[in-house]
Design a protein around this ligand. Structure first.
Ligand code: CO
Ligand code: ZN
Length: 326
């Protein structure tokens, strides 16, 4: 799990993907024919083949926060970047690009009330506005801290959403030596704020088929909403989420590939939340698009939990289906 640890350790909140992109370029530069970074910051790597033009996409950005205001005592207010739950934020640690560490606090009198973003602040340990401004500034992005830990087949980390997807793309890229299909491996930006990078990337790649890889919710924790996806149940083949109805041809190709290569799989319907598939399938005159997802508990927390066998199943399935679409 060395690569997954490396990918989750890098920070890259939406719109600020420079450092995670560098880490990925380092991993892929020797196993593709060429790569480019477009105006949106998407990293598009190409492995040439004569068959169908297939786009495989994983977003590399993660949720985080951005400083909006610094008060006279050096405490900062912030905006959420991506889908954050206010109730989970208090006393979380954040890390800024320059290494500054902060903690999220709540106005004392608000502690037992319904939480609101406007009552939370970031404390970087500064004694004054001046001191705080030496470490952070308006517009400074920060990521959550949550180092990856592995125990048995369980991995817990921040940003498994969606460094797990980046991992799948990199591993698939390394395993496909001479592709039949014309493969574009796209590491997209700004998914967490509205599938923005994927929209531009899909336009330029102009694929016949696309597969978006990401994490998905599970229905296997106490009293959670029912859902037929569980940890350890294998790669999740997306049927639909709030952003897309997956193309039947792509979905069938995935199921066939899973059966043929004996890859454990389950079918996914995620009623809450979307993925890059939502933006990609609406590109130009439409793109036949599917999704492969890693079942993950506690998504958008610093302790997202997944199963390493599921992750391996996702890699195998992605590599197989990339070559078997025609
Ligand atoms: Co997400
Ligand atoms: Zn995601």
């Amino acid at each position: 799990m060395k690569l997954l640890k490396k990918l989750t350790a890098a920070d890259g909140i939406s719109g600020n993907e420079e450092s995670i992109r560098k880490v990925i370029i380092d991993e892929i530069k020797d196993c593709c024919d060429d790569y480019e970074v477009d105006a949106m910051g998407n990293l598009i790597a190409h492995k040439k083949g004569d068959g169908a033009r297939v786009m495989l996409a994983a977003h590399m950005d993660e949720i985080g926060i951005m400083v909006t205001y610094i008060d006279d005592n050096g405490f900062a207010r912030f905006s959420p970047i991506g889908g954050l739950y206010v109730r989970e934020l208090v006393h979380r640690r954040v890390r800024f690009a320059n290494g500054t560490i902060g903690i999220i606090g709540s106005e004392e009198k608000e502690f037992n009330k319904k939480p609101e973003f406007s009552k939370l602040y970031i404390d970087v340990g500064a004694a004054s506005k001046k001191e705080a401004e030496q470490r952070i500034s308006i517009g400074a992005p920060a990521a959550f801290i949550g180092e990856a830990v592995v125990s048995g087949k369980t991995v817990i980390s921040k940003a498994l959403d969606n460094r797990a997807g980046c991992y799948m793309l990199i591993k698939a890229m390394q395993s496909i030596k001479k592709p039949k299909n014309d493969l574009y491996f796209v590491f997209t930006t700004q998914e967490e704020v509205g599938l923005r990078g994927a929209k531009a990337a899909a336009y330029s790649v102009n694929p016949q088929y696309a597969v978006a890889v990401d994490v998905t919710d599970t229905g296997d924790t106490p009293e959670c909403p029912v859902m037929a996806v569980k940890l350890g149940g294998g790669a999740a083949i997306k049927v639909m989420d709030r952003s897309v109805m997956c193309d039947a041809d792509v979905r069938c190709a995935m199921i066939e590939a899973a059966k043929k290569h004996r890859i454990k799989y389950q079918l996914e319907i995620m009623s809450d939340g979307g993925t890059d598939a939502g933006a990609i399938h609406l590109t130009r005159a439409g793109v036949k698009t599917g999704g492969i997802s890693l079942p993950t508990r506690y998504i958008h927390s610093p302790s997202e939990m997944a199963n390493t066998d599921d992750l391996k199943a996702c890699v195998k399935l992605l590599a197989a289906v990339a070559e078997e679409l025609k």
